[in-house]
Structure formats: structure tokens, C-alpha cells
Design a protein around this ligand. Structure first.
Ligand code: OAA
Ligand code: MG
Length: 570
């Protein structure tokens, strides 16, 4: 049943119509206005006497909540506070977030969300999202009838195996889905009522979780093989039946499963793997900005991608697309990329090589003549011998880029590019201040988690955050507004180009390859527009769009404001 409906009055002004009343009206975060219910609403809905005398404005509420937020010392406490606020009043939560996005985004999202994931069973408060587990997978149809709102258009789902750079986290992965969806709303104005976080609770192999009496997930080893495939298939099948065009963001799946699930279902439902495609697109945007700064091309660089999981391979694929746009063949482009995992450089003769790594595996003859200590080239040896100019970290391995490696890259080019993209902060491959020091300030740097400006040569240098948060909200908005039936590779490249275009020259001159986080909303709009145009061009848009796409965004984006309430049936 619908708890409320958004309607327009005779003058075209929006209001919300509901049949709820009294205390229950204060218990639904999308309807609750707290102290801001007007006197008329208090009378109409049986709220008289239940609220403080003074009627607050939204601004007053924001001020009160911000002071509360600031009173917490630990980041995790701040996270818990904001999440509880979101579960009380979504309007207030997003209004507060909009006003303090740079300060609060790291709390609800990367890096503090990593602590929330790890502590999830201890900080749990209210239900949010859908939990699919071996216990209820047989009743999926009725489960999907229990979603809080009937019109789900956007899902972020995780199986929890590859959370950020911290691996299998069991049930706690749900915190990531909630955080990503908060950004969809904060950055791209997607109505929270059409979003749904989904926990695919397929077990965990993390012993501390299985041994924890308070652990909230199913206590069993992770599903694998056919059991896992059947589980995901049952989920997608039921989902398609209930919400035939829902956009699914597959988040933090691990390695081969990430690729398999995306390939299997991207033609069944509009699908995005954020770690493969979102990260790929955001890195391509940063590299385009880097080449603008160095007045070179993508095809003139030699890339070392450290970390051959979903992120590493996704990034490599997107860089290939960038080079293809410059006229290189796929083969020529792939030859300029060296992919390294925990065993060293990936070569075609490796035994048991996972299928998804194959497209970036080099012929062993490629390294003939290289000066090597052992058989397989290491990170450092590859940086030296292949004359690498761009070093990209997606390994989840703290400090993997040491002084020697970074200096080895700096020898090969006047503009060494170093991206330490693993999250959260502690997993970063290097810290920006060190990269500046080791390269005498020459490096073009980006990180996945937020970092402070670097003082170099007497001036502060901001560090651009190459986080997929610059891509997925705008991309999702573009998909939803066009009702695209598929998320195409072309749409991802269009998103990269739009983001690179948006990054202004002044900031680039200071060394930052991405916009400031407080520009996230504006950047996401540009991404959305580019994605919509591409969807139309590729004929995957199922909705006819007006000429004026800016105007469309203006009318369709959800804003955190208290709308008047009216009683249903009146
Ligand atoms: O969540 C983030 O900050 C970026 C991301 O997708 C990941 O690291 O897995
Ligand atoms: Mg991720």
C-alpha cells in the first residue's frame, strides 16, 4: 500500500497526500517533519500536543542537527548520528548533507563507511533495505512486495565479498549500499522513495564474524559455484518480474563473480558494476585531465595497473576505450597497459590464470630482454623496464607504491601520474605528500579516499578524489530519466568525458585532476546530461526527451524540502 503520494495542486505546486496520521506520521522518515509540522497540519493530522510548541523552520532544524553532529568526537559516532537522522527525517538529513557536503560525505561514505561496515552488527538501529538470504530466497515474490515503497527504480546490491579494499565483510556490506544510495540522492537528486539497498546475504568466510554472537548475517561459509549462481539468478528473475526496468548497481562483488554477474545480467536489467565501470570511468576522466595538463595524449602513456580485481580490470578496459577514441586499435591500446596482481606481471603462460584477466595478459616474449631478478616481473621491475608513465593503484594494498617505484616512474616522464585509489584511507597505495616529495612536486596525483591539500613549494595543492562517486549518481540519473533499457559502454565513456570537461583549468593548474567535492551536485548534472544524450544516440532510451535537458533536471530532481501535507480523500 502507498503511504503517501506526491501530487500537484491547481497552481502546479507539489504537495504530499497521505492517509497516515498522529504518531505514525512522525515515524515515516519521508513524511516526518518533526518540529516543522505547521499548526494547520498538527490540527489536521492529530498531532496536537505531540510536538514542541515552537514550529521550527527547516533552517532551524539544520542548525540544531549540525550542532549535534559537531558534538560527537569519533567519526563512527558521527556516522551513527547521521544514519539515525536519515531514519528519522530524510528531508532534514539531505538538507543538512547538502549544506555540509565536504564535511559530511566522508562520514556517510568513504572512508568512515568502512568502519560502519565492520561494526554493522554493533551499530545496527532501524531496518533499511531488503535482506535476501538462504532462509527467504524461496519467498522472493512476497519479499519484493514488502519494499517500503511500491515504485523501486534503483537498487544497490552487494554480496559483501569485495567491500572497498577490505574484502569479505559479511552482512555489514549493507552499509555500503545505503551510503551509495545516499549519494545518489545528495548528488543527483534521486527521490529516496524509488531507491532500495539490497543485502545478498550469502554467508561469510571471515571467522571473527562467524564467531561473533552479535553477528546479524547468516552464519555459514560463503556460497560458491552453482549454489551462488542459482541464488543470484533467483534474485534477478524475481526482481525482473516485479520491477521490469529497475537499474541495478552491483557493488563490491569480488573478482570473477563481479564480471560474471555483470555479463550475465546486463541485458536482463539495466545494470552497472560500480567497481568495474564506475571506477573505470572516473579514472579515465582523471587521466584525460592529466593529459590536458601535460599536453600529451592517452596513447603516449604507458600504464601500470596494480591490482587485477574488478577495479583494476575495469580501469584498464576504460583506458583502452579512451585510447581507441584517439585512433589506436584495441590491440595497440592493450599493449600499453601492464596489469599486475599479487603474483607480479600478468603473462599469458601463467598457470590457472582467471579468465577475466586474460584480455590484459601479455605474451611472455614481451619481457624478453628485461633485466629481472626472478622469473616474473615485479611491480618495480615493470615500472622500470616498461618505461611506465602512469601508475594506478587498485590493489587494496596499503603503501604498495613506495619511494623506489614512484621514483622509477618519474625517471620516464616529466609528468608522472600516480593514482592511489584503494579505499578506505588506510589502504591507499601511497599518501599524496610522499608522492610530491619523491617526484619533486612533478607528479599528477589522485586518490580514492579524501586527503588534505599538500603543501609544496610554499603553496597548497589540492588532491583530486578519483572516486566513482563522481560517476554513478549522474549516470544513474541519466539512466532513470531516459528509462534506458541498458547501460552501455558508450554511456560510461560519455560520463568520463563530461566529468573531465567539468574539471576547471584553475583547479587543474593547482594539480587537482577532479573537481572539489562540494561541486559534486553540479558535476553530476553534467554527467547526467551527457549520459542522456548518449542513451538517445545509441537508441536505448525508452522515453522521448525534451530539447531542454537542464530544464528536465530542474523539474525531475528531488530536493530536500518540506512539502505541504494533505489528507488523502479530501
Ligand atoms: O566506495 C568507494 O569509495 C569507491 C568504491 O566503489 C570502492 O572502493 O569499492
Ligand atoms: Mg565499490
Amino acid at each position: 500500500m502507498k503511504q503517501y503520494e506526491k501530487k500537484l495542486d491547481a497552481n502546479g505546486r507539489p504537495y504530499l497526500e497521505t492517509h497516515l496520521e498522529g504518531l505514525m506520521l512522525t515515524r515515516l522518515p519521508l513524511l516526518n517533519k518533526g518540529t516543522s509540522f505547521s499548526l494547520e497540519e498538527r490540527r489536521e493530522f492529530g498531532l496536537m500536543g505531540l510536538l514542541p510548541t515552537h514550529v521550527s523552520s527547516l533552517d532551524e532544524q539544520i542548525e540544531r542537527s549540525y550542532a549535534n553532529f559537531r558534538s560527537f568526537r569519533s567519526d563512527l559516532d558521527k556516522h551513527v548520528f547521521l544514519r539515525a537522522l536519515q531514519d528519522r527525517s530524510e528531508v532534514l538529513f539531505y538538507a543538512l548533507l547538502n549544506r555540509h557536503i565536504e564535511e559530511m560525505m566522508p562520514i556517510i561514505y568513504t572512508p568512515v563507511v568502512a568502519q560502519a561496515v565492520e561494526q554493522f552488527s554493533r551499530i545496527y538501529r532501524y531496518p533499511r533495505g531488503l535482506v535476501v538470504s538462504p532462509e527467504n530466497i524461496g519467498e522472493l515474490d512476497s519479499l519484493l512486495a514488502h519494499t517500503p515503497f511500491p515504485d523501486v527504480q534503483l537498487i544497490v546490491a552487494t554480496d559483501n565479498e569485495g567491500i572497498l579494499g577490505i574484502g569479505d565483510q559479511g552482512f555489514g556490506g549493507l552499509a555500503i549500499c545505503i551510503g551509495k544510495l545516499s549519494l545518489y540522492t545528495a548528488a543527483a537528486g534521486i527521490d529516496p522513495a524509488v531507491t532500495l539497498p539490497v543485502e545478498l546475504d550469502v554467508g561469510t568466510n571471515r571467522k571473527e564474524l562467524l564467531d561473533d554472537p552479535l553477528y546479524l548475517g547468516v552464519k555459514r561459509p560463503r556460497m560458491e559455484g552453482k549454489e551462488y549462481d542459482d541464488f543470484i539468478h533467483a534474485f534477478v528473475t524475481a526482481l525482473k518480474k516485479r520491477f521490469p526496468n529497475v537499474l541495478v548497481q552491483w557493488e563490491d562483488f569480488s573478482k570473477q563473480k563481479a564480471f560474471d554477474v555483470l555479463e550475465r545480467y546486463r541485458d536482463v536489467l539495466p545494470s552497472l558494476n560500480d567497481d568495474i565501470q564506475g571506477t573505470g570511468a572516473v579514472v579515465l576522466a582523471g587521466l584525460l585531465s592529466a593529459t590536458r595538463r601535460s599536453q600529451t595524449t592517452l596513447g603516449q602513456q604507458v600504464y601500470l595497473v596494480h591490482g587485477a580485481g574488478a577495479g583494476g580490470v575495469g580501469v584498464a578496459r576504460q583506458i583502452v576505450r579512451g585510447m581507441e577514441r584517439e585512433g589506436l586499435s584495441t590491440q595497440q591500446a592493450r599493449e600499453r597497459i601492464y596489469l599486475i596482481d599479487s603474483k607480479g606481471l600478468i603473462l599469458k603462460d601463467r598457470k590457472g590464470l582467471e579468465p577475466y584477466k586474460l584480455e590484459f595478459a601479455h605474451e611472455p616474449s614481451r619481457v624478453a630482454g628485461w633485466k629481472l631478478q626472478g622469473g616474473i616481473p615485479s611491480l618495480l621491475e615493470t615500472a622500470r623496464e616498461a618505461k611506465v608513465t602512469v601508475l594506478l593503484g587498485l590493489s587494496g594494498q596499503r603503501a604498495a607504491f613506495g619511494e623506489e617505484v614512484v621514483k622509477a616512474v618519474a625517471v620516464n616522464t616529466p609528468y608522472p601520474v600516480v593514482f592511489a585509489l584503494s579505499n578506505p584511507t588506510a589502504n591507499s597505495e601511497a599518501v599524496p605528500a610522499d608522492i610530491y616529495k619523491w617526484t619533486q612536486g612533478k607528479a599528477l596525483v589522485a586518490t580514492g579516499s579524501p586527503f588534505e591539500d599538500v603543501e609544496w613549494d610554499g603553496a597548497p595543492h589540492p588532491v583530486g578524489q578519483g572516486n566513482n562517486a563522481f560517476i554513478f549518481p549522474g549516470l544513474g540519473l541519466g539512466v532513470l530519466l531516459t528509462r534506458a533499457k541498458r547501460v552501455t559502454d558508450g554511456m560510461l565513456t560519455a560520463a568520463s568525458l563530461a566529468l573531465a570537461d567539468y574539471t576547471d583549468g584553475a583547479r587543474l593548474a593547482q594539480g587537482a585532476l577532479y573537481p572539489r567535492m562540494d561541486r559534486l551536485r553540479a558535476a553530476s548534472r553534467q554527467v547526467a546530461i551527457a549520459v542522456m544524450r548518449q542513451a538517445v544516440k545509441e537508441e536505448v532510451a525508452m522515453r522521448k526527451l525534451p530539447e531542454d535537458l537542464e530544464g528536465l533536471l530542474e523539474t525531475e530532481m528531488w530536493r530536500p524540502e518540506f512539502l505541504p501535507l494533505k489528507r488523502a480523500g479530501k
